[in-house]
Design a protein around this ligand. Structure first.
Ligand SMILES: [Cu+2]
Length: 141
């Protein structure tokens, strides 16, 4: 290995360390988008998790509101419930995320426990400069 290669490797490693440090500073929270929806020209909502997947069982989930340019949109309150309509003899299921505000405006995060894998309807409500409700169809694995 020549010196150039060693310097190059060092720079790559330093960058990798920097990127992972930024990730950790992000509240150690959920950071990969699972689903996104454009509510209107000025408002988008996205659902994020630590690994970018919606899972059967326990997980940490984040709800994030942004404007058309990707900047945070502050909300006073928001909720996220996962509903599975009744299927045959199985009654309707509802699993709500226990969301809290985070250090980031327009971002709410908390634990979620889904009872089963399969298709769920994410029911989102929000209160802020705009107030409303929306749904996103999602699949848990
Ligand atoms: Cu079910």
């Amino acid at each position: 290995m020549n010196l150039k290669k060693i310097v190059y490797l060092f720079v790559v490693m330093a960058l990798a360390a920097l990127i992972s440090a930024c990730g950790a500073a992000n509240g150690g929270g959920s950071s990969k988008a699972i689903a996104e929806k454009k509510i209107n020209e000025n408002l988008n909502v996205s659902i994020l998790s630590t690994d970018g997947k919606l899972k059967n069982g326990d997980q940490q989930i984040t709800l994030k509101f942004t404007d058309g340019s990707g900047n945070p949109v502050e909300m006073k309150a928001a909720s996220l419930n996962f509903k599975m309509p009744a299927m045959g003899s199985m009654a309707e299921m509802n699993d709500a995320a226990k969301l809290n505000t985070t250090g980031t405006p327009g971002e709410f995060s908390g634990p979620l426990k889904l009872q089963m894998a399969g298709d769920w309807i994410a029911q989102i409500s929000y209160e802020g400069k705009e107030t409303g409700k929306t749904t996103i169809s999602m699949t848990a694995y």
